[in-house]
Structure formats: C-alpha cells, structure tokens
Write a protein that binds this ligand. Structure first.
Ligand code: ADP
Ligand code: MG
Length: 248
C-alpha cells in the first residue's frame, strides 16, 4: 500500500457509523479516512486492510487503500468536539480509501440487479471473512462507473474481538450470512466456491496480512489472521453449505 500524509480535513461523512471523514492528502488525492481512534480501535483497520486486499486480489472492485499519516492538528478548525476527540486519538497511521466521486449506495429498489455470479462471489467472500456488514440497512456497496465496488470491511474477522482468539471460531457457524444484501440475487454459492477457493492460497493470504502495519497488531504478528482464514478454508467448508442453505 502507498503511504500519504493528510493535508486537509474536508468534511465528516455522517452516514458512516464510525464517523469517517473526507481528507485531502499530499498527493492531491481525496480519501475517505477510517480513523484508528474510532470505536472498534485499530482492529477495525486491520480487518479493513486484510479483507479489502484479499477482495482486490480475487478481482473484486475495491477502491485503492492507502496508509494515511495524520497530524491531529489538521482538524483544529472543526468545531465538533466528537470529531476533535477522534482526530486526537488518531495521530499517526490510519486507513485511507480512495474517494469515488459521485458513487451511489447500492439500493435494491433503485439499482439494476447485480449479476448472479457476482452476487454469489461477494456472498462467498463475506462468508469466508465473517463480514457482518453487507446488509440491506448497511450494504457497503457503491455503484460507480457501472460497477459495484466493495467498501467497509472493518466489521469482518470479528473473531479478533474475542478474549480467546485461538478458540474454535474458525470452524463455527456464520448465521449473519442470512442477512446478506446480495443473497437474493446470488447464483450457486457452491459454484462461487469452485471459482474462488483455490485462488485463496497461503501466499495470497500472507500478502494481504503483510500490508497491515505492525503497530496495529496487538498480539504478535499477523499470523493469527492467516491461520484463521486457512482454517476456514479447510474442506469441508461449512460456510459454503450455510450460505447455500440460506439462499435456498
Ligand atoms: N471510497 C468511497 N467513495 C465514496 N464514498 C464512500 C467511500 N467510502 C465510504 N463512502 C461513503 O461513506 C459512508 C461511510 O463509509 P464506511 O466505510 O461504510 O464507514 P463506516 O465504517 O462508518 O460504515 C459509506 O456508506 C459511503 O456512503
Ligand atoms: Mg459502512
């Protein structure tokens, strides 16, 4: 991932639960900044990077992710005390998501339906990564330049919030797949599994995890994430059957 420095706090994005903001950086780019000091802390950024880069490597449209160096002083003109606190808690490295100007949120009513295979592939990815944040209320999919882009993977890989991160979670159930916004459009999840699973090699997982700055990893290196995803991918993959059941 590239590294940039934030030069201007432009505006908060009120529709996001984590209060992300639009910032300008020293490469003249505009980024949606996901703050390290927001509610879930650095773990949300760890999930954002690992699942975003995994999705990109599999060919899904994902806006470029960059590491943004933040000097909390850039927000001094921002009057909202909540935002001031967020900036103060987020000095140093944060995640920036390339801003897609004019992008429209996916809405089942308004949008053309996504292709059935694409929908199945996204369901498969989110079931693998235990992403609970792709629901009708909160689709985290943006229409832009004729394609659906995947954003906001901060709630994925939620095993890392548990006290016992080495527990049996990797082989546990993922009921939340039932609420996936693309499930009603999806073709066979088993066929998506045939398309995608063999491409998620250990090397690809290691590559995605290696993008995470060490300072965000509270427990050792990123090995727990590689192990977790490898265990989820061991056959028979319960999450595929579960998603297929939910589609049923
Ligand atoms: N790269 C982007 N380009 C354009 N709009 C974005 C982008 N990323 C996020 N947004 C907008 O900001 C909102 C909040 O961002 P999101 O990453 O979903 O944060 P949160 O974790 O707070 O839900 C999104 O629902 C979307 O409307
Ligand atoms: Mg969101």
């Amino acid at each position: 991932m590239r590294r940039v420095a934030a030069t201007r706090y432009v505006t908060p994005l009120r529709e996001g639960g984590s209060l992300p903001a639009l910032v300008e950086a020293d490469d003249d780019g505009l980024y949606v900044l996901k703050f390290r000091g927001a509610g879930q802390g650095p773990k949300a950024l760890v999930a954002e990077v690992i699942v975003g880069e995994l999705a990109r490597a599999l060919g899904f449209p994902v806006p470029e992710l960059v590491l943004v160096e933040l000097d909390a002083a850039i927000g001094r003109a921002e009057p909202d005390p909540e935002i001031q606190d967020l900036l103060l808690a987020s000095g140093g490295l944060n995640v920036g998501v390339d801003f897609l100007p004019g992008a429209l949120p996916f809405s089942p009513a308004a949008a053309p339906p996504p292709s059935a295979d694409f929908a199945a592939d996204v369901v498969w990815l989110d079931a693998l990564a235990t992403n609970v944040d792709r629901t009708a209320q909160n689709p985290n999919l943006l229409w832009w330049h004729g394609r659906l882009w995947l954003i906001d993977h901060g709630a994925a890989l939620y095993f890392h919030h548990a006290a016992d991160v080495e527990g049996g979670h990797a082989r546990g159930r993922f009921e939340a797949v039932r609420a996936h916004v693309l499930l009603p459009y999806a073709s066979s999840i088993g066929a998506a599994d045939v398309r995608l699973a063999r491409r998620v090699t250990p090397a690809l997982l290691e590559h995605a995890v290696a993008e995470v700055p060490e300072e965000w990893l509270g427990f050792g290196d990123g090995g727990i994430y590689v192990d977790y995803l490898r265990r989820r991918l061991e056959a028979p993959r319960g999450f595929v059957e579960e998603a297929e059941d939910a589609r049923g």
